[in-house]
Write a protein that binds this ligand. Sequence first.
Ligand SMILES: Cc1cc2nc3c(=O)[nH]c(=O)nc-3n(C[C@H](O)[C@H](O)[C@H](O)COP(=O)(O)OP(=O)(O)OC[C@H]3O[C@@H](n4cnc5c(N)ncnc54)[C@H](O)[C@@H]3O)c2cc1C
Length: 464
Amino acid sequence: MNPRSTRKTITEPARHIDVTREADVVVVGGGPGGIGSALAAARSGADTVLVERYGHLGGMATGGLVTIIPNLSDISGEQQITGICQELVDRLDARGATHYPKKADWGSADEKLVQYYIDAKLDWFYIRNDLNIGRKRVLYTALIDPEIMKCELNTMMEEVGVKLYLHSWGVRPIVEGNTVKGVIIENKSGRQAILAKVVIDSTGDGDLLQPAGAECDIRMMAGLRIAAFAFPFWIGNVDMKKLEDFRASRPKQWDALVQELESRGGAFFYMKDLVKNHDGVVWFHPFFPSTDQSDIHEINRVELEGRKKMLLSYEFYRDRVPGFENSYIALSSPQLGTQGGQRVVGEYVCSAGDMTSDEVFEDTIAIFPDNDNEEISAEHPNVCIPYRALVPKKVDGLLVACRAFSSEYQFNEYFNLIPHCIAFGQAAGTAAAMAADSGIRPRDVNYSALQRNLIRQGVKLPSS
Ligand SMILES: Cc1cc2nc3c(=O)[nH]c(=O)nc-3n(C[C@H](O)[C@H](O)[C@H](O)COP(=O)(O)OP(=O)(O)OC[C@H]3O[C@@H](n4cnc5c(N)ncnc54)[C@H](O)[C@@H]3O)c2cc1C
């Protein structure tokens, strides 16, 4: 029982629910994991349904205002994350809705070039220290326009015939024995059932896992990035030149302002939006530590505290910091920023040891650059992800393609980001379609056939 509940209980009456649809694959959650899953399943020939509780797709990458797709290349500049993630960047690029360093610059340690990015205050996104050479290098990371991305994602789903249920919550898996057979959804039309041969949990929080009987790892360590909510907001119409001139010419005055705002509980750290025509927009991502980001009381606390912090910070900047005089709050994140939570216990559990093992698994479905891990990154620039990390140990008919993939928190901290979840989705969606087509369990999908299909879709794997 939730410790904050009253001790009273009631019994819900049993009721018959309409089966609104039968599909091959149903994906619950339309964030990075869900879009990869739905696109890959539908493109592999599966009749696919995608259920999303909000009115748009993209999850944190759009509604959460987390518009940075990082670490597509390793530190040497070689691109490792490709597939649907790269396709998305290409499609946004064609609409002028992304920003990234030129391909010729990826991996460069040229001092002038690196200095160019630092001077333009782009280093936080695009520059990492390479301890092997004792110098900084340029990375391939892409920034995106979230509104164009929402539109483009709808188009992509439409092109391949994914049936969308927006404004619909996936509330419970339908389970027979140890096999998931579909999902119950709830929306303005009431409660309905969707039956499926394979269900993919892409809710980020792993909402379907425990009700499906899957074992979960709820351990979390305070202080980690993933042990914090965030309340992102954007301030627009900032005179960037005036702001940057002020910071460069009056560093002590700037430091004093930062200290004062911090002591008053405000958010001072901002990032400059670089996407075309977003001049004068700065982003704030204040964090709110929490080790239980699916607790409704915690969610409410952060919504309320986040908005107070936003107003306090905005008014301070507007009244005290040159460049912000005519600024306004352009947007506060429609989706509260959640960064981590329970993870499924899968056929394989990715652990801290995997960051230093250089193991190439027989069921590798993705290669992820590890650019943010200091000495470990220098010695082990990439890690491989096995398909088994998406397959729950005890439950059939279910795959997990989101930040709730099977991992210890030490590993999840570095590899639950947007490009990673899209890659999990691409593998899970492809495997789900294969399982549905052959009438087999997702855990029995042939690894080599899955890898061949992923390579055909443009995914980079060790064997490609
Ligand atoms: C402030 C902040 C900064 C970050 N910085 C970066 C960064 O720079 N780069 C980066 O790559 N990553 C970053 N991340 C992490 C990244 O955003 C997430 O790890 C990633 O989005 C996880 O993808 P996901 O698909 O697992 O979950 P989400 O993005 O959370 O998507 C889950 C989707 O499922 C939907 N959903 C949830 N439950 C249900 C349900 N029961 N029924 C129906 N729909 C449901 C949600 O509405 C959402 O659309 C950051 C996160 C935050 C909060």
